[in-house]
Design a protein around this ligand. Sequence first.
Ligand SMILES: C[S@@+](CC[C@H](N)C(=O)[O-])C[C@H]1O[C@@H](n2cnc3c(N)ncnc32)[C@H](O)[C@@H]1O
Length: 231
Amino acid sequence: MKTLLYPCCGTEDLYYFLYRFMDDVDRFIFADLNFRRYFYTDAVNKVSEIGKVIKTERKGRFYLSREKGYLEVEPEYFYITFVYKGKEKEILFRRGCAQFALLELEENSLDYFVHRGDSSEGGSRIYFLSNLNPDYKPISRLYDKLLYRLKPDGYIISDGSNIRFKNLIRFYKSIYYKSREEVLDLFPVEMELPDSRLISVDILNRRYNHTIVWKVKKYDQKGGGGNRTRV
Ligand SMILES: C[S@@+](CC[C@H](N)C(=O)[O-])C[C@H]1O[C@@H](n2cnc3c(N)ncnc32)[C@H](O)[C@@H]1O
């Protein structure tokens, strides 16, 4: 079973990934704070156009409060089960804080991780491609946590938004004004990141910058498979 996770996906860009990866992926997880009831209805209609919807289910109730200066969020899960080319597939819209959509995944369970079109001003300010260390442990060192959940032959898809690794930032800056063909001429580009190496394999449609598909080669994480990165 193949899984794609797109945190902070908004309500439009996710459909590009749904259509583009429909043949390959069995479970899509789209995570955002701002899904509304009419959005779910619209999504069911769109999925009905390409497959046969057999079930929808809502679990939990989204709740957000900002009491005593703390942000408290209860997530909501909306599932669409459908059949596409004879195969049963599932979409989960997870309304809540996106970091927890990642934390809910098992070790070595994720095939594609997508994050793009985001920013630090007006966007989520979440840095999955970084090992920033905020005080609140569950959302610290997100790249370590991502690696822990990515399969050994998994992929990271990014347009360079909300990253903090200097070599990656430099690379995305260097390709900003290049054409798709000029960027492809540079392939395979290799990037050394903590406990891993990224190798460029494809370019998808452009968002803020070229959207690069990186194959991830994970090095053995120290400490018996990365217990330190599970939570
Ligand atoms: C700049 S938009 C990008 C949307 C999408 N990636 C795109 O390219 O169109 C940032 C998105 O992050 C979502 N967001 C902000 N903070 C979030 C959080 N803590 N958890 C989940 N989503 C969040 C917003 O609702 C918004 O849809």
